[in-house]
Write a protein that binds this ligand. Structure first.
Ligand SMILES: [Zn+2]
Length: 157
């Protein structure tokens, strides 16, 4: 069975966020940290990094698991409101990094293959560079997502 790894990229990103150094930091929630993804090929692509280094959802205590799923849904809702995609994709994989994290992908109707999962729609390496997360260029998106997420959290309290 997959186990949490010693050199865990998600733990690194959580520490980076705690130091105030994660360029995509959106908001700290109760169970996780919401961040904008390293690639903005799918504009608004965000993640919810679980604060607990669990590999599977059933490893979280029931209350935390419910809250984590709810907070993922709130982040997704904030992305939907701010980015206004055709469709959202929600993914929790962890095949490579065994630490729970949700991917929230906004999909557009005008993509080349909108019916396909994101993983077969990724840009070629030479196309990807202009879409890399850019703290300056993406600041207004991060601010809008943070404001909407804070509003939703207050509403759902
Ligand atoms: Zn970890």
């Amino acid at each position: 069975m997959a186990q949490h790894q010693d050199n865990c990229e998600i733990c690194d990103r959580l520490r980076q966020a705690a130091r105030g150094e994660h360029p995509g930091f959106i908001l700290e929630m109760e169970t996780g940290v919401a961040v904008l993804g390293d690639s903005q090929w799918f504009r608004g692509y965000s993640l919810l990094l679980c604060k607990r280094p669990a590999t599977e959802l059933d490893e979280l205590p029931p209350n935390m698991r419910r809250k984590y799923l709810e907070e993922m849904a709130l982040l997704a809702q904030a992305v939907r409101t701010v980015v206004q995609p055709h469709k959202l994709n929600y993914e929790c994989l962890g095949n490579m990094v065994h630490h729970l994290h949700w991917h929230i992908f906004p999909r557009r109707a005008d993509e080349a293959q909108p019916e396909k999962p994101v993983w077969v729609c990724m840009p070629a390496p030479e196309e990807a560079a202009p879409y890399a997360l850019n703290a300056e260029g993406d600041a207004s998106l991060i601010i809008a997502l943070r404001a909407e997420l804070q509003r939703l959290m207050a509403e759902n309290r």
